[in-house]
Design a protein around this ligand. Structure first.
Ligand SMILES: Nc1ncnc2c1ncn2[C@@H]1O[C@H](COP(=O)(O)OP(=O)(O)OP(=O)(O)O)[C@@H](O)[C@H]1O
Length: 329
């Protein structure tokens, strides 16, 4: 597989608050990459940086060899209009103009791109609706006249109409009930399988990603703490935060034997050092942190990488009592 999107050493700062710190992540062509992390960890900021909506202070974002962070003015607008990367917003109701019909919404990007005539645009809209499993009869409806699951599909149809190379889906199922959630996740996998589009799915719910992603990247406090093939990461996490996430997710918990309790600091736990802005982002919450963690660890490994000074040792320090599985985690 070749690298489609490369993020290297990315720093994003809002009003002196460093939201992403030295973040590097590569997305391979044709894969589904899940990005997981708790609220505020920087997932949306990362996706928005890729489409030029976050203030990048340092680092590079390269898409198929084009340095997006260096694009300015006309070149930037032309690249955007071409629609190679589509960001699918988190909240369908807010992202859809309530006054526009579904057909007009799905056609929007094609009209802006200006490369197709009306008949070709209409054909693309029909194809996009079919691709996301929406009946053509919905084309004349307004967003307020369709269900939440259908609205999410309209957002996807608007994105796929542009035949993008990369779809960045921000929490695509968080507003949906369980059955709609599965449908939309399945749909993303189908889109990838049928058209070869590369998909990045952002979620704070590991269970949503477990069934569809090839690889997963774990963010904590604006830093990448682990990334690798999803099956291996879930069954044998190398970062204590990933281990806690997997232990806390009911659908994946059975795959790995450490109870969540063993991965949280004991009530009498005192951090060993004052952890400043250069420390490991997880240090103050980590039961295994030591003086070494006052500096952020670099990510080691390529196919499966982890940013933890104690990646090879923390398991041996798990308290034996806390490993008992008799009490629920
Ligand atoms: N425009 C902004 N101005 C100031 N701070 C911002 C802005 N956008 C995001 N932040 C801050 O950046 C941090 C990361 O936010 P972000 O939305 O990227 O997190 P997230 O992981 O996507 O969270 P969630 O799962 O809740 O969507 C938060 O502390 C947030 O308050």
């Amino acid at each position: 597989m070749s690298t489609l999107l490369a993020v290297d050493g990315l720093d994003v700062t809002f009003d002196r608050h460093r939201v992403l710190a030295d973040l590097s992540l590569h997305v391979q062509a044709g894969e589904i990459l899940g990005i997981i992390g708790e609220t505020g960890s920087g997932k949306t900021t990362l996706a928005r940086a890729v489409v030029g909506l976050s203030p990048v202070r340092a680092g590079r974002i390269t898409f198929e060899g084009t340095d997006l962070t260096a694009l300015r003015g006309k070149a930037r607008r032309a690249w955007r209009r071409a629609g190679q990367v589509q960001y699918v917003f988190q909240d369908p109701l807010r992202a859809l103009d309530p006054q526009h019909t579904v057909a007009r919404i799905v056609a929007e990007g094609l009209v802006v791109a200006g490369t197709l005539d009306r008949a070709a645009i209409d054909a693309r809209v029909r194809a996009a609706l079919a691709q996301v499993g929406l009946d053509q009869s919905l084309a004349a409806r307004l967003p307020g006249q369709i269900s939440g699951g259908q609205r999410q599909r309209v957002l996807l149809a608007r994105a796929v109409a542009l035949q993008p190379r990369l779809l960045l889906c921000d929490e695509p199922v968080s507003a949906l009930d369980a059955s709609n959630r599965n449908h939309v996740l399945r749909l993303l996998a189908d889109l990838r399988d049928r058209s070869g589009v590369t998909v990045v799915v952002i979620s704070h719910d590991l269970s949503s990603l477990a069934g569809i992603a090839d690889r997963v990247a774990v963010l904590y406090g604006g830093r990448l703490v682990e990334q690798g093939p999803i099956g291996r990461v879930l069954s044998e996490p190398r970062h204590p935060y990933t281990a806690l996430l997997t232990a806390s997710a009911p659908s994946v918990r059975r795959e790995h034997p450490i109870p969540a309790r063993a991965l949280r600091p004991a009530p009498d736990h005192r951090p060993v050092a004052a952890f400043g802005p250069d420390a490991c982002s997880y240090a103050s919450r980590c039961p295994f942190a030591t003086q070494a963690c006052v500096t952020a660890p670099s990510t080691a490994g390529s196919e499966w990488s982890v940013a933890c000074h104690h990646a090879d040792a923390w398991r041996s320090r798990l308290a034996v009592g806390a490993m008992s599985t008799r009490r629920t985690a």
